[in-house]
Design a protein around this ligand. Sequence first.
Ligand SMILES: [Zn+2]
Length: 380
Amino acid sequence: MTAPIDLLERLIAFDSTSRRSNLDIIAFIRDSLEGLGAVCRLTHDDAGAKANLFATLGPTDRPGVMLSGHTDVVPVDGQAWSSDPFRLTERDGRLYGRGSADMKGFIALCLHAAGRYGSLRAADPLHFAFSFDEELGCIGVRRLIADLVTLPVRPRLCLVGEPTGMKVVAGHKTRRGFACQVHGRECHSALAEGVNAVEAAAQLVTHIGAIQRRLKQDGPFDHAYDPPYTTLHTGLIEGGRALNIVPADCRFQFEIRALPRQNPDVLEAEIRCHARDQLEPEMKARSPSAGFDIAVIDDTAGFDLPDDDPAVVFFSRLTGDNRTQRVSFGTEAGLFNKAGVPTVVCGPGFIEQAHKPDEFISREQLAMGEAFLDRLLEEL
Ligand SMILES: [Zn+2]
């Protein structure tokens, strides 16, 4: 049986940056699992250049437990790495490579556990769900879930192995991202007939900031989360062509990260109403085509399971630690929960090391993850 570290070395060597095809790494994982007797299903993107893999080891007429992760990684462009990011390199007990923590370390442990499954005579099946384009807004997994819900027997529980230091995360915020296109009217800046798109964008951005300050001060609050309130921010803005031209275009992107108990629709409506009722009338009075186009570019459901939920109880028992956590970053777990598969997040490594140059997972975390999956196999 291949050791987890050797599997991790193989997985890191696939450059599965989200902008590239993931078919090679999916083929490697599928071949490994099929070699162990797994039944595999692929769901592709429209272009056929990317795929999710759903695989089942053991009986298909019983629910079983599902382990889930994403195969894509964030880019290394512009990052200063001390070694080749696509070659696993060990220094001082740390295993460096893009995706080592987020989240090929967990996938390596899944493949290792799959290798052990056959010798156990388990009564319950073990399922695997590996997705594409998670880093672009949990895009790929939606197709896998659409396929999953058509199965006659669905997984009973799911674990998303994002890096949490092997702590059980029982809730995370909802993430909704927006792209806003502001249309104005161009003219020489010495003249008065233009509609300044940059100024209009700035007014809406300021309003988004004001909502953030209100939520920070007045709540709602949930102190299981850090920060304990819903956050909004604008992360990107560009517009204008020259100082002496009134700009006709401005684009910006903003996001809402809502507590699970706060409805992001209400905040979205507040922003849209402000644009439509407070800002657009003056713009349209001077140029009928001026205004705001706001599009949702990312919508990832949050979730919040009570500490006595069967999924929380089951996975907490396997970690031996019944203190759960809530986090502010989004994962695919919200989408699985929304589809009716009780899901928590728990995996080796730490989110602090993800997405950075010299991303690593420690041998210790990998060993903790391996011991956790060994206990899961015994439960099956
Ligand atoms: Zn991740």
